[in-house]
Design a protein around this ligand. Structure first.
Ligand code: GLU
Length: 419
């Protein structure tokens, strides 16, 4: 971010979103204050031996935001611009995410300030193990369970589960989800975030009477969420994906982009940029394209009061966490953009993570159609609960999702006698 760009603190955004919901729900002051803050957080310092023989010191975090409804759960990001406030916001959103899909888990998140793109596999492995040696004391099946997120993947989860198992002296596969299949992973976890978002898109399109076959689509971000949204959107509905992007920039082709070709091009060259037959566009331009469906799948705060009025999509499926600021939400709502908010749209990942924990617990594994079917039910139910709340309270979908989720968490906080 250039210094003249205004910094938006994601945790302030998360608190502002909660405040609005708390007011509508007439939440008592103590419960509101409790839910505005993380219950616990751990800051860790990680010495890691680098390939050149030097030792580098990394900074990491694990935030356990709220565990009223069950053990905390949430991904772990490796990112150069990670901050404690970003992790706090993401942990808060995990709390609302688990509540909105009604799985018996709380919300947590982890992060390490690092640039994995500039590190070798050996360095990433040593960093991952160092992280677990530090946070191992506060995580566990009954306590808190990490998973992949931005720039972390199943291999990293495998190193972490291995390190944790040695710490405990026994195999503890359920402590971390998003693991490789032959190490206690679940079928259907890989594309679960995107698939859950696609189920929401299907439901929204029925309500809005939008035909998904050939619907023009732009996807920002081409990682775990965005690339799977491309392939699934085409496979399930025949979406015409006209633009995609990654951190290096975007590409556009009005006739549609083939997933197989773009994906293998990125595998070979490291970016989608330069894909033959496409026009180069910026990430900012991608968001403002005249498309039916927009899928923000990268980082937070990309749709703000500066560009919200230029968004032309009919539906925005937020696979990223926190892509839209509260000011932008109001503008999108007034302009009739149907937003499927992040902690609903991207809840498929944690839902299948929960399925993974259940399968690990009784050491019996489900087939893929069973995972898809159970995911579909969770997502569809959550989508309609949020849509109904939005209609009833005449509010935008994010606020409606907050109403549903915060109410569920607040009820349990009270049942447990915390407030
Ligand atoms: N990192 C994903 C998310 O933000 C998944 C979390 C999980 O599976 O625990 O929802």
């Amino acid at each position: 971010m250039s210094s003249d760009e205004k910094y938006i603190n994601p945790f302030k955004v998360a608190q502002q979103q909660l405040d609005e919901a708390a007011e509508l729900l007439q939440l008592d002051q103590a419960t509101h204050e409790l839910l505005r803050n993380p219950l616990r957080e751990l800051h860790v310092t990680l010495p890691v031996k680098m390939d050149d023989g030097s030792t580098k010191i990394f900074q990491g975090f694990r935030v356990q935001y709220n565990d009223a409804r069950g053990p905390t759960k949430g991904g772990l990001r490796f990112h150069p611009s990670e901050t404690i406030d970003t992790v706090r916001a993401l942990a808060a959103w995990m709390t609302w995410k688990c509540a909105v899909v009604d799985i018996p888990l709380g919300g947590g998140k982890g992060g390490v300030i690092c640039n994995p793109k500039a590190m070798s596999q050996g360095e990433i492995e040593r960093l991952s193990r160092a992280y677990i040696r530090q946070v191992g004391r506060i995580i566990g099946l009954e306590k808190d369970s990490p998973a992949p997120d931005v720039y972390t993947n199943p291999q990293i989860m495998a190193w972490m589960v291995d390190e944790f198992s040695f710490l405990k002296g026994s195999n503890e596969f359920g402590v971390i989800t998003g693991k490789p299949l032959n190490l206690g992973g679940s079928l259907g976890r890989g594309d679960a975030t995107a698939r859950g978002g696609m189920f929401c898109l299907r439901e929204a399109s029925k309500i809005l009477n939008i035909k998904l076959k050939d619907a023009t689509t732009a996807i920002q971000g081409y990682g775990n969420a965005g690339s799977f949204a491309h392939t699934l959107g085409v496979e399930l509905f025949g979406l015409r994906v006209v633009a995609v992007s990654d951190s290096k920039g975007g590409i556009y082709n009005a006739d549609g982009l083939s997933f197989d070709e773009v994906f293998s091009f990125k595998q070979e060259t490291g970016s989608v940029v330069g894909f033959p037959g496409s026009k180069r566009i910026s990430n900012e331009e991608l968001l403002e394209l005249e498309v039916d469906v927009l899928v923000p799948s990268a980082l937070e705060n990309v749709i703000t009061d500066a560009n919200a009025a230029n968004i032309k999509a009919k539906i925005s499926v937020e696979l990223a966490n926190g892509p839209t600021t509260p000011e932008a939400d109001k503008i999108l709502y007034e302009n009739g953009v149907y937003v499927i908010p992040d902690f609903l749209a991207n809840a498929g990942g944690v839902t299948v993570s929960y399925f993974e924990m259940v399968q690990n617990a009784y050491n019996y594994y489900w087939d893929e159609p069973t995972v898809h079917e159970r995911l579909d039910k969770k997502m569809t139910d959550a989508f309609h609960a949020v849509h109904k709340a939005a209609q009833e309270h005449k509010v935008h979908n994010r606020l409606a999702a907050y109403l549903v989720a915060v109410n569920r968490v607040a009820e349990v906080v009270k049942l447990r006698g915390w407030t």
